[in-house]
Design a protein around this ligand. Sequence first.
Ligand code: NAP
Length: 642
Amino acid sequence: MRNPHAGEPFDTSDAEIAEALLDVSIPTLMVSMVHMANDPEIIRGRLKPEGLFLNEVQGYMSEDAKAEVRALALGVIRDYRDRGCPEPEPISAELLHEMMAWLVCEEVPAEYVPMLLEEMELDGTDARQVKATLPDAASAAFPVVVIGCGQSGLLAGIRLKEAGIPFTIVEKNAGVGGTWWENSYPGARVDVGNHFYCYSFEPSDQWTEFFAQQPELQRYFEGVMTKHAIEPHVRWNTEVLGAAWDDESATWTVRVRTADGTEESLEARAVVSAVGQLNRPHTPEIDGQDAFAGPSFHSARWDHSVDLTGKQVAMIGAGASGFQIAPTIASEVEQLTVFQRTAQWMFPNPNYHEAVGPGVRWALRHLPFYGRWYRFLIFWPGCDKGLEAARVDPDYPDQQTAVSEMNDFTRQMFTDWITSQIGDDPDLIAKVVPDYPATGKRTLQDNGSWLRTLTRGNVELVRTGIDHIEADAVVATDGARYPADVLVYATGFYATRVLWPMEITGRGGVNLREVWGERPAAYLGITVRDFPNLFCMYGPGTNLAHGGSLIFHSECQMRYITQCIEELIAGGHQAMEPTRAKYEDWHARTQAEIKTLVWSQPSIKHSFFKNAYGEIHGLSPWRLVDYWTWTREPDFADFEMR
Ligand code: NAP
């Protein structure tokens, strides 16, 4: 069978190929040429990228150099086509490593290579899949309930199915996608490049934008669900209310409520929580808000029946969601007032709204491993570099606005990006340049649309606090009154309340919420002491603010979880839970580590990363390569197996 990433054979004409090459990433094209021509000299000559930028589209080379490469490529591709597009010969590990370093213009440390090769699947093998090895009868006696059918719940279903383990996914919504089902607000789009932000084993050559919008993302997950025939396992419109562990029978009883309000129980030997961290909308309590006469709704519960044309809209909150909403609705509304408590740092990304040209889609479909190398190209700049950049230098003098020299450099770069767009309007500069260290909250992707929006005549950014809301206005603490017909709360989620509001009771009837309090913890972000056979995806300590992608983390977690469940079945065990020592040691080390990073800085007053005590329990302070290594294979000595 042909390697699925070697590209589909084609008979595209020379002219059409030449046309396609005008769109593509030139460095990525060159490594694909190495495969096609089986000739490493293609990357050993004068033509090479001059640098690497996060989210690059065409590559950092002069236009003349790009033209030269295109001319060369036409010959290589034509020859490959005329030979019938044979599957390329495998390439040695050394040469692959050389190609990696060449593509990203820097050394790729050897410790990363196995992880990257696995992510790229150049050998056509999905190494994160756990194959079914157990007798059917043994697996049949081990039903699993997965809570949630978003990105991670769908993945859980796919992996359990491959392993031959029976499962039911319970999803409160009517369809797949989780975040990408619920957040349908105008302008919702992903901010990790889509050719990386998709399952490693389900790449798509169909993305129409480099950072797809919500409908396209939801369709992607829908397509993957259909392809893997997961839907028959899903109970839609069914919410998990709680789960209780019975030690004697070693089973979970999962309490659910269906769409018509009926409550039922499902029995499971293991539960996989795939509920996400940003799932329960947070609407702050503001005096008078109930008296507001017009429509009001949260960004994650957008009311599409409300026509904003010609309306005065007040939007409270401007984090990642508000930052996308404002530019999208500004031209439609009569007046938009944005209430922003804290200014946000933004990362310059000129390609953020760029469409994927037809040539790129042709290359993804036909050129051997083009898509795999492009995936790597997007992955690499966000692969652990952000973590080093986030580290606090305790000797750095001005901890208020920067935590290290590198962090100060980032502040300068981001500040220049902001001020270059708004000129020398001191009032606006004072409002939009953050007063806390760069990257200290979640950094937003920006192509200039935010500040362009703020300089429109019908848009006002208010940084004064809100005092109260009246029937037709929002009133600020300085007494200023901002008339409003529609109120949008872009005020985020209850991010620190993990697995809330479900009631989960473990061994001896202990309640998970009481055990955790404000400090949720899980060994490797996955398993919890006293809660046997409960496995979390995107659990405590696994959110990413330093790069990577949550899909990458989910794939690591689900490989680990599937192996745990296989071991439970194969070993005839009833239950497993991490030893107390492992669980506590992990949490203590994670806490110590997170305190050395910029997100913990006390000068950051408001951040959904922080709990009531200013501590962070949701984020990962760990390198992706370490997390990948630790979760590759469970060490059952870390567990009490019963
Ligand atoms: P968020 O980042 O938590 O932002 C909430 C906004 O509401 C902030 O401006 C916050 O101000 C404000 N706010 C909250 N409570 C308030 C109060 N009581 N009074 C006044 N203002 C208040 O929420 P989000 O924008 O929905 O984004 C959440 C996360 O979802 C993101 O960080 C990201 O992980 C994800 N997301 C990603 C994308 C994407 O991929 N592009 C898009 C949307 C969301 P403060 O900053 O002062 O707290």
